[in-house]
Design a protein around this ligand. Structure first.
Ligand code: ZN
Length: 204
């Protein structure tokens, strides 16, 4: 099934926040590639779009399955969109391994960003929404996104990768902005605030 067919007809779901058990536990592999999975993917695309994210893992809508969707530019600003089931990320070693430290955010801790060093190129292998094998090589923000989403499916959030000091700042920032995000966000929209982040900040 073409990804384009999964971009319509979805229902926006509330985004699960850090602290909920599903966010901090490994997921089950996807084994059924039928209509039920396709419906979940439709809802995930609709939810990611409503939240203006570049990636969304199934755990972020409360489902413990190894699956994520993404709509994210690479280092050359070329947009990439797709679905990964049962993803595995491999990172280059040696000469091809470069770290890039930019601000990272997560839709499950909305509004908060801290710099995190990640490898700037990632190869992700897995299956598409019909179970066919796929491989995507991501650079720039897409490399970061593939790592961030695959982390989610193992129960790791990016705050787990920060120093204690930056994690404390991250939570402080999230707390200050929490009043802008209704409990069922993005079903109910974010409140307007002049203090909000610029629209070009990416969250995953
Ligand atoms: Zn996230």
């Amino acid at each position: 099934m073409a990804v384009e067919e999964l971009l319509v007809g979805g229902t926006v779901l509330p985004i699960t926040r850090w602290g909920e058990p599903v966010m901090h536990a490994p997921t089950r592999p996807v084994t059924e590639f039928g209509a039920e999975l396709h419906d979940l993917v439709r809802d995930m695309f609709a939810t990611m779009e409503a939240a203006r994210g570049v990636g969304l893992a199934a755990t972020q809508v409360g489902i413990d399955l190894a699956l994520f969707v993404y709509d994210c530019p690479d280092a050359d600003d070329v947009p990439h969109r797709g679905v990964f089931c049962n993803p595995v990320v491999t990172l280059p070693e040696g000469d091809g391994r470069n770290l890039d430290s930019i601000e990272e955010g997560c839709l499950s801790l909305p509004g908060a960003y801290q710099p995190l060093a990640r490898v700037d190129k990632a190869t992700c292998t897995g299956q598409d929404v019909d179970g066919n094998p796929i491989t995507v090589v991501g650079t720039g923000l897409l490399a970061r996104c593939l790592q961030h989403e695959t982390d989610h499916l193992g129960g790791t959030v990016f705050g787990d990768r920060l120093s204690t000091r930056l994690r404390r700042k991250l939570y402080q920032q999230a707390e200050e902005l929490a009043h802008l995000y209704p409990a069922d966000w993005p079903v109910s929209p974010k409140a307007d605030s002049a203090a909000g982040r610029p629209a070009d900040s990416a969250s995953e």
